[in-house]
Design a protein around this ligand. Structure first.
Ligand code: ATP
Length: 249
């Protein structure tokens, strides 16, 4: 059932970052569970580890969703995998576009980045955990902003015809809710195989980097915890951690 019910939607013209604003509201108890904040432009759009997400005016989707989990932070491990699948579901349903997912948080078409996911959390090990799920999705990237993106990228304009942003927000929210409900019930158990089928670098040689360490191997996909699995010296090794980046070699 995809009805998007129980959601509060808000659209702002200009904001520093939809994730930052929603998290501020969460921390001051001003956000209701399952609320969505969308902006036309972000002045400080965020990627992981302090990187910038280019967010020019009226060009793309800048979307954040607040979700409260009552089972502690550990229950949120690997959540960006479920979110990536919700983006996959939405683009397939709306535009018959089949994207590839890159561990842990990118959405690609032919190796070019179409969207990014940024999950931020506030909470304790055992108590309630407040999750802000950010999705930046390119729709019609202006050239001036594109010049600041230092890796291959693409936008939906290339693949979809007439595009209705409101419809995109509604459908994305429905699929996100569906994936979150599934995640709450069974974690990634029923999802990781699906993710592996649309994985961008399956069977390819990749390098993982944590800033201080690097590891190389053949990428086998992810496991049911959302860890990435590499074949190194004939053995399967699992890597997990918010600070790790994956690059194809
Ligand atoms: P990682 O694999 O560690 O996630 P990443 O380079 O994909 O590395 P992110 O934090 O996911 O990093 O995203 C930020 C990066 O994405 C930026 O450094 C830039 O290279 C690129 N980028 C920034 N804005 C956009 C955009 N609107 N569309 C596509 N790519 C972007």
């Amino acid at each position: 059932q995809l009805d998007g019910s129980g959601c509060h939607f808000e659209v702002q013209p200009i904001i520093d970052s939809t994730n930052s604003e929603l998290m501020r509201r969460v921390q001051s108890a001003e956000a209701s569970n399952n609320s969505v904040l969308v902006a036309e432009m972000q002045q400080k759009g965020k990627g992981r580890r302090g990187r910038t997400w280019q967010s020019p005016f009226a060009a793309n989707l800048y979307y954040s969703y607040y979700w409260r989990l009552d089972d502690g932070m550990h229950a949120a491990m690997g959540l960006s995998i479920a979110v990536g699948l919700a983006v996959y579901d939405s683009l397939k349903a709306l535009y018959d576009l089949e994207v590839q997912l890159k561990w842990p948080n990118d959405v690609l078409v032919d190796g070019r980045k179409l969207a990014g996911v940024l999950v931020e959390l506030d909470g304790t090990a055992e108590g309630p955990c407040h999750l802000v799920i950010g999705i930046g999705l390119n729709i019609a990237m202006p050239q001036a902003a594109a010049e600041h993106i230092d890796q291959p990228w693409c936008d939906l304009n290339e693949f979809a015809g007439e595009l209705d942003k409101n419809q995109l927000v509604a459908v994305l929210t429905c699929f996100l809710q569906k994936r979150l409900a599934q995640y709450r019930q069974t974690g990634l158990q029923g999802m990781y195989q699906q993710w592996n089928r649309v994985h961008a670098f399956s069977g390819q040689c990749v390098e993982l980097s944590s800033g201080t360490n690097t590891w190389r191997g053949i990428c086998e996909g992810i496991d049911e915890q959302g860890a990435v699995v590499l074949r190194v010296d004939g053995q399967s090794k699992r890597y997990f951690g918010g600070e790790i980046s994956l690059r194809v070699k």
